[in-house]
Design a protein around this ligand. Structure first.
Ligand code: COS
Length: 383
């Protein structure tokens, strides 16, 4: 059931205030310390953020895609690290279960994910399976009522904090492509799991990414998502369609923040005896950013509504991700340019956003993968 407009507005209002008053003052600290204070995480749990998209019957808020996009946009108004702390529970860490899990699996995990007691993480990428996600090499060999998982997962967001991994592994070694892959729910404390050191990253300080190594990890067949073998790749793709829309909405929020900061700065900063906002070359940069950001947000809202109406939006979600993440890259670049030297040094936090947004064109499918998805859709329709 979608929220009525008034309830949605109240929720967005509360979150906007939380972002503005509580999170924004912490941005520089989180960037420097590479960590979000525990009490802030607790406040986010109390606000229900970890359960935004988990159905109400399992203790979440049960937001639909349109509502989720609105919330993601609001969280774009601050450093993306804050959103990432609950982002996997809202997106890739919970949605395999929500979309394709059995009732028993949902009952076991979703209520604790909704409160943030369990952090979920999505283990798809491998050293040899990045954009080519169907090339998963990790094996899940049957052993009585169990499977034994062996392999390495790479660049796994929130893995150092996770209690539950959704792991994609090959159950049919004879099948090299997408059809031999299955999804498993794996307790992070299982014997045989070890974590690599957290990666040092270009941006997004306060978020954690590491490798996860599985050595003879025993998983009962009841932990096979949906109880079905060899359909895990499709589960992953459905999860990513949704995740791509979420990242697009987040990109729109960050663009809005950067446009606001750049406009304020341009009206305050004086050169040649006048505010630089009087100069048409500065105005052009602001106007281009605003027009592109608005276009991206219109795309996201439209696609989210169509997904909520039951349409297959895979190619539309790819269009949103391609456009919105490239857009926020351009907006961040112009924000640095408008701020000049003050944008390049860390005084205004602009360089931090510039580094942070670079990830959006890469994870949950690179821009080139989005182009591939869009072009394949066109070719399948018109050939
Ligand atoms: N929803 C449901 N099913 C989907 C789907 C979607 N969005 N996309 C593909 N499928 C299905 C296909 O219909 C096909 O089914 P059949 O086997 O029944 O024909 C199957 O999945 C395989 O699809 P396809 O042949 O298109 O797979 P490819 O190996 O060619 O790869 C791409 C598809 C490149 C699009 C995929 O590998 C991809 O998205 N890569 C990027 C991965 C990524 O985003 N990684 C980020 C890491 S997670 S942060």
């Amino acid at each position: 059931m979608p929220l009525d407009q008034e309830t949605l507005n109240q929720l967005l209002d509360t979150l906007e205030k939380f972002v503005r008053q509580r999170l924004r003052p912490l941005e520089a600290q989180v960037g420097e310390e590479d960590s979000i204070p525990d009490e802030v995480i607790d406040e986010m749990k109390a606000l229900g953020l970890f359960g935004l998209t988990i159905p109400e019957e399992y203790g979440g808020l049960g937001l639909n895609m349109y509502e989720e996009a609105e919330v993601a946009r609001v969280f774009g108004h601050t450093s993306p690290a804050f959103r990432s702390s609950f982002g996997t529970n809202v997106g890739i860490g919970s949605q395999s279960l929500v979309i394709d899990g059995t009732d028993e699996q949902k009952k076991q995990y979703l209520p604790k994910m909704a409160t943030g007691e369990i952090i979920g993480s999505f283990c798809l990428t491998e050293p040899e399976a990045g954009s080519d996600a169907a090339a998963v090499r990790m094996t899940a060999a049957k052993d009585g009522d169990d499977y034994l998982l062996n392999g390495t997962k790479r660049y796994i967001t929130n893995a150092p904090k996770a209690q539950l991994f959704t792991v994609f592994a090959r159950t049919n070694p004879a099948e090299k492509g997408s059809r031999g892959v299955s999804a498993f729910l794996v307790d992070a404390a299982s014997d045989g799991i070890s974590l690599g050191s957290p990666y040092r990253k270009m941006g997004q300080q306060g978020t954690y990414v590491c490798d996860v190594i599985f050595e003879d990890v025993r998983v009962n067949r009841k932990k096979l998502v949906g109880g079905q073998e060899n359909v895990g790749f499709k589960t992953a793709m459905k999860v990513l369609d949704k995740g791509r829309l979420h990242i697009s909405a987040l990109s729109c929020g960050i663009a809005e923040r950067l446009i606001e900061d750049s406009t304020r700065y341009a009206t305050e900063r004086k050169q040649f005896g006048q505010p630089i906002s009087d100069f048409q070359l500065i105005q052009a940069m602001l106007a281009d950013s605003q027009a592109e950001s608005y276009a991206a947000w219109c795309m996201v809202k439209e696609t989210a509504r169509r997904r909520d109406a039951g349409e297959n939006v895979a190619a539309l979600a790819a269009s949103c991700k391609l456009f919105a993440t490239e857009m926020v890259g351009r907006v961040a670049d112009r924000a640095v340019q408008i701020h000049g030297g003050a944008g390049y040094v860390d005084e205004y936090g602009i360089e931090r956003f510039y580094r942070d947004v670079r990830l959006f064109r890469i994870y949950e499918g690179t821009s080139q993968i989005q182009q591939t998805v869009i072009a394949r859709d066109l070719i399948s329709r018109y050939s």
